[in-house]
Design a protein around this ligand. Structure first.
Ligand code: ATP
Length: 522
């Protein structure tokens, strides 16, 4: 995507330099000025050798400022990414357009994105950033950046690629928390750093599948009085850019909050920031009216269905809507965004017993209206946990009521009804002799055309209790398969009737793995 620039050199930028947000909240702890991080200086020859002469095999991708290559350094002990900026055309480069008349060395108009990135990343390091390892200057004194290598691509590809299954809610929320923490770290550093280009293609995924914020070519570090901040014209990526950031003086940390809000909408919906296939094309113009009307069901990514706790979508959507408010002052600070997301993360994480089978389940009451992407008929929708003489089973019911009592989505308005999650069962509550005489429907995501292999559903507790097999395929549509199966676990006396329980599988494994391995292992 292109960069937007406008000439407004005289205004003064603000980036909450006096920490008004923190002071207003009674938190006056101000971090010490960031010390310079020790970074390494590489020789050009070293990088040429490490990238095999910047070969096609080492090529990782191309951005608006240049190309990125994989580099193997230190006899294979260090794998890094080398960012090689292209030769700059003075007529098209924004920083050249705004060249400071005095040719100062302190102004971002007079430094290249690579120099800017080195300047900032040599001061700020954080586990959620793509950190700088070193740099190098070529024979023409053009800077090359050496940054941490991110082997799992960028969030943009993960969200929008058709060739892999989209991430589930747990992973999406985890990414959102990690990106928010990265932005918060920038905003709370001293002096603050405003990234100005938060977008899914600048979020890279490390070898542990953690999200890292990268690409500091447009970032600004400084206080209101700094020449660098005062002279820098607006920039960013269309679709993510704060509409109120029209002159240098409009800049604040809240511009990043806006871009983060767009990114959050993208994470929730799987929609591009701008997509002409939608009306309106802008994700914010599309999503905010839906959120205002409480139509959270229309926001979630249709490819993955619902999270176990529907409050997850509601809370994410409301937070995103707050981030993209047109009035910058009304947007939350990133510290607040992080706190909100941590709460959502607790909801999206199932308790340990359910984590063990890495999927989420939900019961749906018959009174709830059908959601747009649900694949089962209303006739199958009646879900009830019935007590059949077991004290243990009654606990299961009451646990659900207690968990959801304060979080009834239906009370927010809109088409979402109150839902109950079987994800809140614990093996203690089920007891050692629980019986799952069950009729269940299991919905698994599945690509059309793949042969169906019937899953084995293991039912056990802390120890394996039995195996429920031979599920019956009820139907298939483009969203997946619905299985219905029943049976009793051997050696049990009480019965928990989970008739018409609907389990939607939110599983990050591949489709193949998901069908070949047991769907449910309690
Ligand atoms: N540290 C890294 N490790 C692995 N791949 C990277 C790394 N940094 C960038 N890449 C890859 O290189 C490509 C170009 O990245 P770059 O940051 O230059 O541009 P971009 O963010 O895609 O676009 P723009 O410059 O317009 O923001 C991207 O596809 C990205 O996946």
């Amino acid at each position: 995507m292109g960069y937007l620039s406008c000439n407004a050199e005289s205004a003064i930028a603000t980036c909450d330099p006096y920490y008004w947000d923190l002071k207003r909240k009674g938190r006056t702890r101000i971090s010490k000025p960031n010390k310079a991080v020790k970074i390494r200086q590489f020789s050009y020859e070293e990088l040429v050798a490490a990238t095999n002469g910047f070969s096609a095999e080492s090529f990782l991708g191309k951005g608006s400022h240049g190309s990125v290559y994989k580099a193997i350094l230190d006899d294979g002990k260090l794998v890094a990414a080398v960012k090689k900026t292209k030769l700059l055309n003075p007529s098209t480069t924004s920083f050249q357009n705004y060249h400071h008349p005095n040719n100062c060395t302190n102004c971002s108009n007079c430094t290249s994105p690579a120099e800017n990135e080195i300047e900032i990343l040599s001061r700020v390091q954080h586990p959620r950033l793509v950190n700088l390892l070193g740099f190098c200057a070529d024979s023409k004194d053009k800077k090359l950046l050496v940054v941490e290598f991110m082997p799992n691509g960028c969030l943009y590809d993960i969200l929008h690629s058709n060739s892999r299954s989209p991430p589930g809610w747990t992973r999406r929320v985890r990414f959102a928390v990690q990106i928010a923490k990265a932005v918060q770290a920038l905003h709370s550093s001293n002096p603050p750093v405003i990234h100005r280009d938060i977008k899914s293609s600048n979020v890279l995924i490390d070898d542990n599948w953690n999200a890292r914020l990268g690409d500091f070519g447009l970032a600004l570090r400084g206080h209101v009085e700094d020449v660098r901040v005062k002279c820098t014209p607006p920039a960013g990526t269309l679709g993510y850019l704060d509409p109120g950031y029209l002159a240098p003086g409009d800049l604040s940390t809240k511009s990043d909050v806006f871009s983060f809000g767009i990114l959050l909408l993208e994470i929730i919906s799987g929609r591009h920031a701008i997509d002409v296939n939608y009306s309106p094309p802008s994700v914010v113009d599309w999503a905010v009216p839906l959120i205002k009307h409480g139509d959270f069901s229309g926001i979630g990514d249709r490819r993955i269905g619902y999270p176990a706790d529907l409050a997850v979508i509601r809370q994410l959507s409301v937070l995103a809507a707050r981030c993209v408010r047109s009035s910058a002052e009304k947007r939350p600070a990133m510290a607040e965004v992080v706190e909100c997301l941590k709460i959502v993360a607790k909801k999206v994480h199932a308790p340990p017993i359910w984590n063990s089978f890495r999927r989420q389940a939900r019961c749906v009451e018959s009174s709830r209206p059908l959601m747009k992407w649900e694949v089962y008929d209303r006739s199958e929708e009646v879900v009830k946990i019935t007590k059949l003489g077991s004290r243990r089973n009654s606990k299961v019911s009451s646990v659900q009521g207690a968990e959801y009592g304060s979080e009834a989505i239906g009370s927010i308005g809109g088409p979402m009804g109150r839902s109950k999650s079987v994800g809140y069962f614990s093996h203690k509550k089920m007891g050692s002799d629980s019986n799952l005489g069950a009729n269940k429907s299991v919905l698994a995501r599945r690509k059309p055309g793949l042969a169906v292999k019937m899953p084995v559903v293991r039912l056990s507790k802390s120890r394996s209790m039995g195996v429920l097999q031979s599920p019956r395929l009820v139907r298939y549509n483009s969203r997946g398969y619905v299985f219905e199966f029943g049976g009793k676990i051997p050696g049990t006396s009480t019965e928990l009737d989970m008739s018409k329980l609907v389990i939607s599988v939110d599983d990050d494994r591949s489709e193949k793995e998901m069908l070949e391995k047991p769907l449910v292992s309690i």
